[in-house]
Design a protein around this ligand. Structure first.
Ligand code: PDD
Length: 287
């Protein structure tokens, strides 16, 4: 039985209830985090909490918990869900208001704090030698101009991901003004002549925790890398394309819009960095 956390209480997920007047439900007025848990240990928790606090500040929502109080809540949720490998979802909305009004509710309206844990299957990077890779399609980036906020307002991402799924692909890679930004729920990397390239962190992409770790690993192990805009031509001519996210870690794209990428196999730079990623994760989480 999956145990959730809602506004100070741990309870079976099936029994958790929020009001239809919750601003998360009415306006998608809230933010979220997805934190991977390996062997019962949350991965890069500090980085996720920093981003959570940043998202809250950007939407002018006071943090419902002090920074020091999150780890205990998260540990309790992990324990109550049996530990192991989990994907931990945390959402905070601007709470329940008496009337539907776009403007913020009266000061002092308590935010809604919700968390749940779901089982997480082994990501591609766990088996760098046998991973087949995935197909992706390109789509126009129809989102707003604050993609750096991890907002629960994900309708464009949902529509784009569904386009990918309907086309038999795994992810949609978004193009805006001739530049590739990121996936519907992942960051984008390409490899060109042995150099790993990923778009810079700005308002047009979510600053991924996995993205940052991949760059850290490249720096620590002398894998050449650059944070630079990726044009559509760069993407289509890339030697390798990868996608990164907390739930999927590092995924090699072997087909883009029906065309083979890196001979339809995960490339050598992906295999190298994926091994570094798995080693780092196992070491950190004592696996
Ligand atoms: N999504 N870009 C977007 C638009 C995302 O939604 C995500 C993650 C990422 C990767 O960020 P990170 O490495 O911190 O997970 C990039 C999560 C997993 C989700 O929405 O489920």
């Amino acid at each position: 039985m999956s145990i959730a956390y809602l506004n100070g209480e741990f309870l079976p997920l099936a029994e958790a209830r929020i009001s239809p007047m919750d601003r998360g439900f009415l306006f998608a007025d809230g933010i979220y985090e997805v934190i991977p848990v390996y062997g019962g240990t949350p991965f890069r928790l500090d980085e996720h909490l920093t981003r959570l606090e940043r998202s809250l500040a950007e939407i002018q929502l006071a943090a419902p918990l002090a920074r020091a109080d999150w780890p205990a809540l998260i540990d309790t949720l992990i324990r109550k869900n049996g530990g192991g490998n989990l994907s931990l979802y945390l959402q905070i909305t601007r709470g329940t208001a008496a009337v539907r009004d776009h403007a913020f509710p009266p000061p002092g309206t308590p935010p809604t704090v919700f968390a749940m844990a779901s089982p997480m299957s082994a990501p591609a990077a766990d088996s760098p030698d046998t991973t087949a890779g995935v197909a992706a399609i390109t789509v126009p980036d129809i989102r707003w101009l604050r993609c750096d906020i991890k907002s629960v307002s994900l309708l464009p991402n949902i529509l784009m991901r569904q386009r990918a799924v309907s086309a038999g692909a795994t992810e949609a890679i978004m193009l805006r003004d001739g530049l590739a930004s990121e996936g519907a729920a992942s960051n984008l990397f390409i490899v060109h002549d042995g150099t790993v390239i990923t778009p810079p962190k700005d308002h047009l992409i979510l600053g991924g925790i996995t993205r940052d770790l991949v760059l850290e690993l490249c720096a620590a192990h002398n894998v050449p890398y650059r944070e630079a805009p990726v044009t559509e031509a760069n993407l289509r001519g890339a030697d390798e394309i990868w996608l990164t996210s907390s739930t999927r870690e590092m995924v090699p794209v072997v087909n883009l819009d029906g065309q083979a990428v890196s001979n339809a196999r995960p490339g050598p730079v992906w295999r190298r960095v994926a091994r570094l990623y798995v080693d780092f994760k196992r070491h950190l989480c004592g696996l």
